[in-house]
Ligand binder design. Structure first.
Ligand SMILES: Cc1ncc(COP(=O)(O)O)c(C=O)c1O
Length: 382
C-alpha cells in the first residue's frame, strides 16, 4: 500500500508560478491590474475569441452571463441535472428558474430530447455543461437555439481545451464561463474567465464584475493620477486579482504539456481497467476534442457485492482519494424540496449518481501513482 495519500486532483505548481507571484507581490500592484489584462489577452488568443473577461470564479462568470443576457425574474433557463450546484445556483442568484433536464447515461452531457420536452414560453436560455471536458453537440444545440430563440451560456468549467469541429467551445454562441479552481486543468487557485465575441456583452460583464463602475475603473488609482468613475449598474465584487492572474498566465503557457500527460494517464487507465466491473468514460466523439478533465468511472453495482460508497471507503483506506461528479441536483435537499422532484424524475442522472466516482486524474500523477490506483481498484474489486 502507498505510504502517502493520493488526492484525486492536484495542480502542478513550479518555479515559474512561484516566481511570477513573488514579482507581482513585489510590484505592489496586487489587485486587478496589468497581469489580469495580460491573462485576458492570452486567454482570448488561446480560445480564439475577441474578448475574455477575468473574474473571481466560473460561478461568478455564469451569474454575470445570465445578467448580461437580460434574463428577467421568473425566466426559465435549462440546466442539466448532472452538474455541480454552481450551474443552477447562478440562475437562481439572478432570480430566474433553473429547469433541470436529464443527461446521456454514458456521455453524461445534456439530453437534447429532454431539453425539447422542457421548453416553455418562459424559456430564455440553455446552459450546457461540457461534462468532464466532453464537448456537447453544438449543431444540435444551435438548431434548438434557433427554433426556440434561446441564448446559450456554455458552462466550460471542465473544458478549457475542449473543441468542436476544430474550434474551442468558447468560440460558439453567446458566452462561455471557464474555471481555474485548484483541481481544474489549469489553475489560478480560484478564478474564472468569460469568453465571447460580442463586445457589448464583454463590456457589461467587465463592468458588472467590479461594482458596476464605468469601464477601466481598475485604473482609477494608476500612476496617471486618480480618475473619477460612474456607477452605472448595482454590480458585484467578482474581479480577479493580479496575483491570481500571475499564476494563471504561467499555467496557460504549460497547457499542452499538462494535456499530453493527462492523455497518457487516460489511455493507460482505459486499457488497464477495461475488464473490471466498471463502466469507463468513452473516448471523445469524432469531430471533437475532449479536455480530459475528470476520469469518471461507474461501478457496475448490479454485478458486484459492494456499493460505490463502500468502494470509495476501501480506496481511501488504501490511501487513494476519490471524488463524486456528481450527485444529481434533483437529489439534493434544496432543489428536491424547492422544485418537488422525485428520485426517478431524471433516470439517467440517478443511474450515474448511484455509480459514479472519479479516480485520481491530473498531469501531476507519476507512473507509480497511476499504478497504485490501478492496483488498489483491482484489489478492491477482485
Ligand atoms: C460544472 C461546473 N460548473 C461550475 C463550477 C464552478 O467553478 P468555480 O469553482 O470556478 O466557481 C464547477 C466547479 O467545480 C463545475 O464543476
Amino acid at each position: 500500500m502507498r505510504s502517502n495519500y493520493l488526492v484525486f486532483g492536484s495542480p502542478i505548481i513550479e518555479d515559474e508560478e512561484i516566481n511570477s507571484v513573488i514579482s507581482t507581490l513585489k510590484s505592489k500592484w496586487i489587485g486587478t491590474g496589468p497581469k489580469v489584462n495580460q491573462f485576458e489577452k492570452m486567454f482570448s488568443e488561446y480560445i480564439g475569441t475577441k474578448h475574455a473577461v477575468a473574474v473571481s470564479s466560473c460561478t461568478a462568470g455564469l451569474h454575470l452571463s445570465v445578467i448580461a443576457l437580460g434574463i428577467k425574474p421568473g425566466d426559465e433557463i435549462i440546466v442539466p441535472a448532472m452538474t455541480f450546484a454552481a450551474t443552477a445556483n447562478a440562475v437562481i442568484h439572478a432570480n430566474a428558474i433553473p429547469v433541470l433536464t436529464d443527461v446521456d447515461k454514458w456521455n453524461m452531457t445534456i439530453d437534447f430530447d429532454d431539453i425539447e420536452r422542457k421548453i416553455t414560453e418562459k424559456t430564455k436560455a440553455i446552459i450546457p455543461v461540457h461534462f468532464a471536458g466532453r464537448a456537447v453537440d453544438i449543431k444540435k444545440l444551435n438548431s434548438l437555439a434557433e427554433i426556440y430563440n434561446l441564448k446559450i451560456i456554455h458552462d466550460t468549467a471542465h473544458a478549457v481545451e475542449t473543441e468542436y469541429e476544430g474550434k474551442k467551445i468558447g468560440c460558439y454562441n453567446d458566452l462561455s464561463s471557464y474555471s481555474f479552481y485548484v483541481t481544474k486543468n489549469i489553475t489560478s487557485i480560484e478564478g474564472g474567465m468569460v469568453t465571447t465575441n460580442n463586445e457589448e456583452l464583454a463590456n457589461k460583464i467587465k463592468i458588472n464584475a467590479l461594482h458596476g463602475m464605468s469601464q477601466d475603473a481598475w485604473k482609477r488609482f494608476s500612476d496617471n493620477g486618480y480618475k473619477h468613475y460612474q456607477v452605472i449598474f448595482p454590480g458585484f465584487k467578482y474581479n480577479m486579482t493580479d496575483v491570481q492572474a500571475a499564476i494563471g498566465i504561467e499555467q496557460l503557457k504549460k497547457i499542452d504539456r499538462f494535456a499530453k500527460r493527462r492523455k497518457e494517464v487516460w489511455d493507460h487507465y482505459r486499457n488497464e481497467l477495461k475488464d473490471m466491473p466498471l463502466f469507463l468514460p468513452p473516448n471523445e466523439q469524432p469531430g471533437t476534442k475532449h479536455a480530459l478533465h475528470l476520469f469518471t468511472i461507474m461501478l457496475d453495482i448490479d454485478n458486484v457485492k459492494l456499493t460505490r460508497d463502500q468502494l470509495m471507503k476501501n480506496l481511501h483506506e488504501m490511501n487513494i482519494g476519490t471524488g463524486v461528479h456528481y450527485i444529481s441536483l434533483h437529489l439534493h435537499e434544496y432543489y428536491k424540496n424547492t422544485f418537488n422532484f422525485k428520485e426517478n424524475d431524471f433516470p439517467n442522472s440517478k443511474f450515474i449518481s448511484d455509480r459514479t466516482l472519479s479516480i485520481p486524474f491530473s498531469a501531476n500523477l507519476t507512473d507509480d501513482d497511476v499504478e497504485d490506483v490501478i492496483y488498489a481498484l483491482k484489489s478492491c474489486l477482485s
